[in-house]
Ligand binder design. Structure first.
Ligand code: HEM
Length: 144
């Protein structure tokens, strides 16, 4: 039963994370209002919390509940999945810092560097690849 709950948490975390990323992408334009900057900072914070939920549930599935951890430890597909997750985390630093800096900005118009939008797009692309890796590793691909 614990495993069911942890898997559910992993999925809800992924759904919220994906929703926040799409929401950020929709709100971000070359120029945004300071109200949008505030909204985006809130969305980004929820994104961060959901990433922590995904990580904690993922670690639990790996190390405690479900299959033995040895099933994943030396699976290159699992390592690729973890690497992409870390990459997503690193990529998100720049947009997060930008949004934190401007969330209480007195300027009515805030210019958004193209880099911020492109990074969100790269994260969305990574997010499309990760479930494929997850399903493959869960089915034992990559184990020998
Ligand atoms: C955005 C990031 C992530 C996505 C989209 C994702 C996606 C998924 C999906 C779709 C499954 C179900 C696979 C299946 O049952 O067929 C799954 C299971 C799993 N995930 Fe993740 N995951 C993410 C992050 C992580 C992280 C960071 C870890 C480890 C720290 C992790 C560890 C696991 C484990 C151990 C399972 C169980 C696989 C099995 O049933 O054998 N995941 N993940």
């Amino acid at each position: 039963m614990i495993e069911v709950f942890v898997r559910y948490a992993h999925f809800i975390g992924i759904i919220v994370l994906a929703s926040m990323l799409v929401g950020e992408h929709m709100l971000l334009k070359a120029k945004i209002s300071n109200q949008d900057a505030k909204r985006l900072a809130v969305i980004d914070a929820i994104y961060g919390i959901s990433a922590i939920v995904v990580l904690l549930a993922g670690l639990t599935l790996w190390l405690w509940v479900g299959k033995p951890s040895s099933f994943y430890n030396s699976n290159p597909i699992f390592h690729a999945k973890l690497t992409l997750f870390v990459l997503m985390g690193l990529l998100s630093i720049y947009p997060t810092r930008f949004l934190l800096k401007h969330r209480n900005s007195p300027d009515t118009v805030i210019e958004v560097p193209k880099k911020v939008i492109n990074i969100i797009r790269a994260e969305l692309l990574i997010l499309v690849i990760m479930p494929l890796l997850a399903v493959l590793m869960a089915h034992g691909y990559g184990n020998h």
